[in-house]
Design a binder for this molecule. Sequence first.
Ligand code: SF4
Ligand code: SF4
Length: 469
Amino acid sequence: MQTGNPSEYTLLEPFTIESAGNNTEFIGAHAFSGHETHLLLSSKLGSSILLDKEFFSQISEKQPDEELQFKLIQRGFMKVPDSRPCKTDETILPKFFIIDLTQACNFRCTYCFRHLEEKARTITWETLNAIIDYIAWYCKTTNQREIHIQPWGGEPLIAWDKIKHIQDKLRDNDVKAIITIESNAALITPQLAREAYKRDIRLGVSIDGLPETHNLQRKLANGNPSFNKMMQGMKNLRDAGYGNRHGIITVLTRNTLPLLEEMLEYFAVELNIDRFKLNLVKDSPVMKDKGLCLSDDEIIDYQKRLLKKLVELNQRGYPIIELNVLDKLQNILTRNKSNICISRGCMGGKKMLAFDMDGRIYPCDITDYKEEAIGDVFDGGNLIDLLQIAHKEKDFFAPKNSDNCETCPWWFFCKGGCTTAIKYKYGEAKGVDKLECISNRAMYPELVNLVLNQPEMVKVLTKNKIEIQ
Ligand code: SF4
Ligand code: SF4
C-alpha cells in the first residue's frame, strides 16, 4: 500500500458477505490513499466515496460494518439481492446539435484544419431549412422542448442571419434552442452583441493567451495581427450585458506552452475572466505544422502546471477555473455528466449530432468522412432508428480501447477518448485517443491528490458546486 501519492492505487478485489439467503457483494474498487482520507473509485460505474481510516481498514479487511455497507450500497459499490443496478449505459437521445454553417473564415490560425485556400461554401437556405425542419420533427416525436445548437464554421458569425433564423424557426415550432457559438470575435459589433445578449445566445471568444501569443497563432486572413480586433469584439460583448460571463476558448500549442502561467495570470488578473476552456492542439493529417503538437512529456507537464497555477491563482483571490479541470473534478466526485461530449466516454451519436452543409447527419463533427454519415435530412427517416442501426454498423461506434484500459481507474469517464480525434489522426476509429489518454492519466491523479490532501480547494475550483466536509 502506498500512501500520500494518489498516482499509486490499490485494487480492492470483489468479495461476498454471506448471510442466510441474503448475500451482499462488494464489486471491487480502485483505492487511492492520502494522509488521512481514502478515495474509492469504481472504474465500471464511475462512482466514488471518501472514507476515513476506520472505514478504509474495514473494507480492506473485507469486514464492513452495517453503516459502511449502507454507504457502499448507496454508491453502487455493494449489491444486495434484487437491488437495482447502477445505470451505466446512455440512452440514445440527442440533445446537442452542431450545424456546419460555413467554411468561410476571416482568420487564418496556424493550427486550423479547414482547407481555407479552397473556395469557401456557406450553407444554402434550402438545406438549412430542411435541417431545422428535421430537428423540429425529431423534437416533436421525442417530446423535447429544449435543445442545444452549436453553429459551426469557419467563423460562424459570418452566417449570423442564419443563426438567428435557426433560433426563430425552432421557436415557431415550440422548441427552445439554446445557441452556443465559439467565435474569433472580430465580427462582434455593438449591435450584434446586443442582439445576441437579448436572444440569450452563449458566446465564447477564442483568445490564445497573451497579445503576442494570440497574434502569433491567430492572424487575420490578410496576415495582420488579430488581437486588437478580438479585444474590441470582447469589449462589445461585455458592454452589451455579458460582463465577464462570456466564454473563453484557448488553444495551447508547443509555441505557447512555455508561457502557460503568464497566460493564466493574464486571464485572471488583466481580463478578469473567471472560467475558460483550454484545448490542446490536436494532430490531424491536414495540419500543416506538426511541430505545434505537444509531446507526451509536455502533455503531462502541462496538466500538472495547469492545476498548480489554478490553485495558486485561487489562493491569491482570483476565482478562475478551467472547464476541462472542472468537468474532471465533477466526474470523480459526483459522476454527474457535467460535460455532454465526454463525461462518460464519447457521446457522439448518443447525446450529440452534427449536420453538414449538404444535410447529411453525423454522430459528431466528423464531416470530412462522408462514410460516417448515418443519414440525410432530405431522405428523412426516424433519427433514433437511424442511430440504432448506425450503432450496430458504423466504424464510429466500434469499442475503443488499449491493453491499459481494462484496469484503468478512469475508464468510465474516458472509454478510449474522442472518436473524432482518433479518426482524424489515424483515419479509422480504432485504438484510443492518445492525447486524451495521456491527459487523463496525468490530470486525474493530480485531482485525486487535491481531493485527498487539499479538500478545501475543491469548493473553490468547482465554484461552490461540491464541498468536502
Ligand atoms: S484511453 Fe487511457 S485514460 Fe482512457 S481508459 Fe484507456 S487507459 Fe484509461
Ligand atoms: S467524437 Fe469527440 S467531440 Fe464528438 S462527441 Fe465524441 S468525444 Fe465529443
